[in-house]
Design a protein around this ligand. Structure first.
Ligand SMILES: Cc1cc2nc3c(=O)[nH]c(=O)nc-3n(C[C@H](O)[C@H](O)[C@H](O)COP(=O)(O)O)c2cc1C
Length: 161
C-alpha cells in the first residue's frame, strides 16, 4: 500500500451522499460547517449522526453547544457547501437568511429539510467523533425547487430528474 489513506478516501468518495451544513450556537455565537457524513440511525426514538474530525477547530464548540441543527442543502445552495468549510463564523453566515429555532439554533432558509437535535452522545471513533443526536424538531421545505444537493467523487451534482 503506497498511499493507503488517499486510496481509501478515493474509494469512500464513491459513496454518493447529500450535503449538509451543521449549525449550532454557543455563548451567543453561531457556528457551522459543511458535512456529508450525516446519516439517519433510528426512528423511535429519532436519532441521527454525523462524524466530526477530532482536529477541527469546531470540535470544542459543538461539544459545548450540546446540540446541533442539520441543514440539508438544496442544489441552489451549492455555494454554501464550500463557504462553510473555511473562514470565520461571521464570514460563513454573512448575508444568510436564518430562522431562529426554539432552541436558539439557526436554521438556514432554503434548505431542503432540517433536523434540530440534542447532542445525545459523542462516540470517539478513530480520528473522528461520532456526534449522535436526538431529533427534537424537523421540517421539510414545501418548495418543489428545493431539490437536494448531491455529492459524489468530490463533485457536486443534482438528481437526474
Ligand atoms: C462536501 C464536504 C463534506 C464534508 N464533510 C465533513 C464531515 O463529515 N466531517 C468533518 O469533520 N468535516 C467535513 N468536511 C470538512 C469541514 O467542512 C471543514 O473541515 C471545516 O468546515 C473546516 O473548519 P475546521 O478547520 O474548523 O475543521 C466536509 C467538507 C466538504 C466540502
Amino acid at each position: 500500500m503506497i498511499n493507503q489513506v488517499q486510496d481509501i478516501k478515493q474509494a469512500m468518495a464513491c459513496f454518493g451522499t447529500g450535503v449538509t451544513v451543521i449549525t449550532a450556537t454557543h455563548a451567543g455565537q453561531d457556528f457551522g460547517m459543511t458535512c456529508n457524513s450525516f446519516n439517519t440511525v433510528s426512528l423511535e426514538p429519532a436519532l441521527v449522526l454525523w462524524s466530526l474530525r477530532q482536529g477541527s477547530s469546531n470540535r470544542a464548540h459543538f461539544e459545548a453547544a450540546g446540540g446541533y441543527t442539520v441543514n440539508i442543502l438544496s442544489h441552489t445552495q451549492q455555494p454554501l457547501a464550500m463557504r462553510f468549510t473555511k473562514g470565520s463564523h461571521e464570514e460563513r453566515f454573512a448575508g444568510l437568511e436564518l430562522v431562529r429555532l426554539p432552541t436558539g439554533r439557526p436554521q438556514i432558509v432554503g434548505s431542503t429539510a432540517w433536523f434540530d437535535c440534542e447532542l445525545e452522545r459523542i462516540i470517539p471513533a478513530g480520528d473522528h467523533d461520532i456526534m449522535l443526536g436526538r431529533v427534537l424538531n424537523f421540517g421539510v421545505n414545501a418548495d418543489a425547487t428545493a431539490e437536494p444537493l448531491i455529492y459524489a467523487r468530490r463533485q457536486f451534482g443534482r438528481l437526474g430528474v
